[in-house]
Design a protein around this ligand. Structure first.
Ligand SMILES: O=C(O)CCC(=O)C(=O)O
Ligand SMILES: [Fe+2]
Length: 278
């Protein structure tokens, strides 16, 4: 039997390359096609679709031909077993975060989403809650990093629930005028120092996308005749040390009790509560 050691990783890489780091800073994201190991990909898929009862039941109703497409969504996603739990401080993830934003960061929250055939698109948006948002924002935190790690255990094809991004859009100042429509029309090319254009991604199973959550991104619809019955998407979000973001979750007691000293540091921060920025 293989002895589990701290060096065990769910990823094929141990650290980002120089080109990855440049892509993060210049483009606002890094795409990692097929970066999970076979074991990591299969373990994660099995854990989400079979061991997590709410999704297992949801998929059963999908098979029964529920005619109105209804995605599954949970935030925070706390019922994580071995594989999804390991993602939080896998050596590759830790190396990636530390080399892009430094060592002073915390785990913010996670979510899980299953998108079935027929589900509609998600328009261009930014998720950094203090960057530009309709919700209340905390201006003092605006320049701090907010990182989203998007996992696509069963992948996606272009035109079939694909993620798309506007590379470089994270560099445009968060004014009211800086809309995705105007960016795509070329109005902000000068500010971004490049031609801002849409990039539609296509990623095989076991892929991950690491983004600076100031980047504009969107998701296309899933056709009714998609060969893939549902697309699995799970996400972990990390933030630079500081006050909570809008979704910074409470850490379950069991997580804290089982945490290594390193993990404890990622978890030792306040969750979001109404009025916490005052
Ligand atoms: O479904 C995806 O691929 C990304 C979704 C997203 O951008 C979001 O939930 O904020
Ligand atoms: Fe998003």
């Amino acid at each position: 039997m293989k002895t589990a050691t701290k060096l065990d990783s769910l990823f094929r890489l141990s650290a980002p390359s120089q080109a990855d780091i440049e892509s993060f800073h210049n483009d606002g994201y890094i795409a990692y096609p097929g970066v999970l190991t076979n074991d990591g990909r299969e373990g994660l898929i099995e854990e989400i679709t079979q061991s997590f009862e709410p999704v297992r039941q949801y998929l059963e109703t999908l098979n029964n031909g529920d005619d109105k497409p209804r995605p599954y969504f949970i935030r925070p996603w706390n019922e994580r077993r071995e594989y999804s739990d390991r993602l939080i401080d896998d050596p590759f993830i830790t190396a990636l975060i530390q080399t892009t934003i430094g060592e002073a960061y915390h785990f913010c929250h996670s979510a899980l989403n299953i998108a079935p055939r027929g589900v509609g698109p998600l328009g261009y948006h930014q998720d950094h809650h203090h960057w530009k948002h309709e919700n209340p924002i905390n201006l003092a935190e605006r320049d701090n990093y907010y990182i989203q790690i998007l996992y696509y255990p069963n992948g996606f094809k272009r035109g079939d629930r694909n993620l798309k991004v506007i590379p470089g859009s994270h560099k445009v100042a968060p004014t009211k005028e800086a809309t995705p429509e105007r960016m795509l029309a070329g109005d902000f090319d000068h500010e971004a120092g490049r031609k801002l254009e849409e990039k539609r991604l296509e990623l095989p199973p076991g892929s991950m996308v690491y983004i600076d959550a100031r980047i504009f991104h969107a998701v296309e619809a899933k056709p009714f005749d998609s060969p893939q019955a549902y697309r699995i998407f799970n996400i972990d979000i990390f933030k630079e040390a500081g006050p909570p973001h809008r979704y910074t979750q409470e850490i379950p007691d069991e997580w804290m009790e089982a945490a290594t000293p390193f993990r404890r540091k990622l978890f030792e921060r306040d969750g979001y509560t109404e009025g916490c920025w005052n």
